[in-house]
Design a protein around this ligand. Structure first.
Ligand code: AMP
Length: 433
């Protein structure tokens, strides 16, 4: 299906083609026509499905058709939980909108507010914001939301997780009631459902792929290892497999720094990203990683959602995330937009309960693998099924059209069936070209 058949105007179709996309992803094919019609939308879509374009394009399309005043007023607000995501959305707006006159501004904390104030004074059509900094602007009265026509809540589940819900409610409270509201979330909790009923009218529900199941392009591996041997195993894997672009997750900032130091010591080019780093350090780190200057980037969960680097070959969970949802957010950094990827999780004895929680959450059992050629130093790693023998599958809490993850999603890139835990002694990078 070509982009033109979705009802997008010519300059936008040109902008998309110039970006290099040839066909819409499933979420784009389903959400864009409904959003152009003016409907409210709840889209349950995993990371990497192309959801950013699914809300950015209808907004640009609407503004293309509206008369423009000399000094633009803010007609669309996109709220997103992290600065990195805000930057990624801004890049999408600028890219797809390159043949339009529409002006957008990104507003997030950790950088000087002055530049943002100046841009707001000149006038913008679209603001992309993290809730905290947007509240600062609202308190200063430097930004007026009374002309908002479209509100997007991006990664709504993460905004809840990060404690932004009260800010979101306050922000929504000052907007016109008559507006279009588009909500995107990887998972649908009761909190989010309650929010949608209070801020949306008769929303169209779109579910892409199976809710909760990690996207199908990712192959998942789980290794049982002694906590103190995790770094050695990581170094062994990095030296052995074709692991070119590896994102390693650590639960804590101190842990991330420690892993990075040990990898550096082992001669692996490594960079870290966490909330103690300044915005410019984080951007620089990501640019370096993207450009291939570093083989490994070590990050904490807070940094996880904003990272959009295509071509991450492996995600390594150095420790098992304590929250099952974070597992999906972490591994979603690889396998972005249909490319394939491997997710590797190291499990020490004290983390087995976390693995069980993840198994329940994603309705899938893992198998512990052993890594060939690695000296476990007397430790006998489990190789059987991880977690629990049997459990009831959680009910799908969300009704609506199930995308099934096939069909239109194969329109670009290859894909190998994912989710297979694989047999023992497999090299996670071995099949990659
Ligand atoms: P998102 O889920 O919005 O974070 O998008 C994931 C990745 O898919 C990003 O790197 C996008 O640039 C890319 N992408 C989005 N739409 C398309 C498309 N129609 N064709 C190819 N790549 C896309």
């Amino acid at each position: 299906m070509p982009f033109k058949s979705l009802g997008l105007s010519d300059p936008l179709v040109k902008g998309i083609l110039a970006t290099g996309y040839t066909a819409p992803t499933q979420i784009q094919a389903e959400a864009i026509p409904a959003a152009i019609e003016g409907k409210d939308i709840i889209a349950c879509a995993q990371t990497g499905t192309g959801k950013t374009a699914a809300f950015v394009l209808p907004i640009l399309n609407r503004l293309c058709h509206e008369p423009r005043s000399k000094k633009p007023v803010i007609k669309a607000l996109i709220l997103t939980p992290t600065r990195e995501l805000a930057v990624q959305i801004e890049t999408a707006l600028k890219g797809y909108g390159r043949f339009t006159q529409i002006k957008s501004l990104t507003v997030y904390g950790g950088v000087s507010i002055q530049t943002q104030l100046k841009a707001l004074q000149k006038g913008v059509d679209i603001v992309v914001a993290t809730p905290g900094r947007l509240m600062d602007h609202m308190n200063r009265k430097s930004l007026d939301l009374r002309s908002i026509e479209v509100l997007v809540l991006d990664e709504a589940d993460r905004m809840f997780d990060m404690g932004f819900i009260n800010d979101v409610r306050k922000i929504v409270g000052v907007m016109p009631k008559k507006r279009q509201t588009l909500l995107f979330s990887a998972t649908m909790s009761d909190d989010i459902k309650a929010l949608t009923t209070s801020i949306q009218v008769d929303p169209k529900i779109i579910v892409v792929g199976q809710q909760r199941n990690p996207i199908e392009t990712i192959t998942q591996h789980v290794y049982h290892v002694k906590a103190e041997q995790k770094t050695d195993l990581l170094v062994h894997m990095l030296n052995d497999g074709e692991m070119n672009s590896v994102l390693v997750f650590s639960r804590t900032k101190r842990g991330a720094d420690k892993i990075a130091r040990r990898l550096d010591h082992a001669g692996v080019k490594t960079v870290t990203v966490h909330s103690d780093k300044s915005q410019s350090q984080r951007m620089k780190a990501m640019e370096g990683f993207r450009a291939g200057k570093f083989q490994v980037m070590v990050a904490t969960d807070v940094a996880a959602r904003g990272i959009d680097i295509s071509g991450i070959s492996h995600v390594v969970n150095f420790d098992v995330p304590a929250y099952a949802e974070d597992y999906i957010h972490r591994i979603g950094r690889t396998g972005r937009a249909e490319a394939t990827g491997d997710a590797i999780t190291f499990v020490s004895d004290d983390e087995k309960d976390h693995i069980k929680k993840i198994e329940r959450f994603i309705s899938k059992k893992f198998k512990f693998e052993t890594y060939h050629g690695f000296d476990y130093a007397g430790f006998t790693p489990a190789t059987s099924e991880a977690g629990i023998k049997s459990y009831a599958l959680p009910k799908m809490a969300w009704s609506g059209k199930k995308g099934g993850g096939g069909g239109g999603r194969k329109s670009f890139g290859g894909g190998r069936p994912g989710g297979g835990a694989g047999g023992a002694s497999r090299r996670p990078g071995a099949r990659r070209k």
